[in-house]
Design a protein around this ligand. Structure first.
Ligand code: HEM
Ligand code: HEM
Length: 185
């Protein structure tokens, strides 16, 4: 069930790709909907973000129980340190993204939906149904800044991470990428 150096467990592989592809999708949708004021996409972005948060928590518990996948051989110190640093940024980012999103929308009064369910209700001004009243404007503002900043940080981290995976595959010709798609090394 646990990862070995030769083979990663199905759970590690499934969680990696489920979280990875969802995060990439949410970053793309997030930037698109914000730039184009595509408000119909907001509830979908928020709902998928809330859902993936629960998967991210399972992944972290699994990482704690299982440990990190072992490198396939001794790499240069800089290479190993950079890969580890990027893995930490990615893991922390997967927690901080949905958390900051929920705090921003919740405290901002915009509400947190989960596909039709209202986890946190909108706070509408009783005198003007068009007007959203923040529960806490300062906290919502800080969470918004963090959510936007994370977009930049995570895009850089994902580019470095994918470049590393391709370097293993193309330049080093090792099994690192194959191992992450379930093949035995
Ligand atoms: C892993 C989960 C998530 C990712 C990767 C993600 C990513 C992003 C990105 C990249 C943006 C564009 C930021 C920019 O302007 O540059 C964005 C916008 C936004 N996100 Fe998320 N998000 C996630 C979860 C959530 C959650 C759970 C919520 C709320 C419950 C949320 C609410 C929003 C809102 C309201 C905006 C638009 C902000 C604006 O109009 O200024 N996000 N998201
Ligand atoms: C399509 C792009 C991606 C590719 C090709 C890819 C590839 C890989 C590979 C080959 C490994 C194994 C490294 C090793 O054995 O040491 C790995 C590990 C990892 N990847 Fe990705 N990855 C991608 C996207 C992402 C994204 C978007 C995230 C985070 C949001 C992510 C987070 C991680 C983490 C945290 C690890 C460490 C092992 C684990 O926790 O499962 N990856 N990735």
């Amino acid at each position: 069930m646990k990862d070995t150096q030769e083979k990663l467990s199905t759970l590690t592989i499934a969680l990696h790709w489920l979280v990875a592809l969802t995060i990439i999708g949410l970053i793309a949708v997030g930037i698109y909907m914000e730039e184009n004021e595509a408000f119909s996409l907001y509830p979908i972005h928020k709902s998928v973000g809330v859902l993936i948060f629960s998967v991210v928590l399972v992944r972290i518990v699994w990482r704690l129980i299982n440990g990190w996948p072992e490198p396939l051989r001794e790499y240069e110190v800089w290479e190993h340190s950079l890969a580890k640093l990027v893995h930490w940024v990615l893991i922390i980012g997967t927690v901080a993204f949905p958390l900051s999103g929920m705090i921003m929308s919740g405290a901002g009064g915009y509400g947190i939906p989960l596909f039709g369910l209202e986890l946190v209700p909108m706070n509408v001004d009783p005198a003007n149904a068009e007007k959203i009243v923040p529960y806490n404007k300062d906290i919502a503002g800080i969470a918004h800044e963090i959510h936007v900043l994370l977009g930049d940080i995570m895009i850089v981290a994902i580019i470095l991470h994918v470049a590393g995976a391709l370097k293993h595959h193309i330049a080093d010709k090792d099994q690192t990428l194959r191992r992450m798609i379930g093949q035995q090394s």
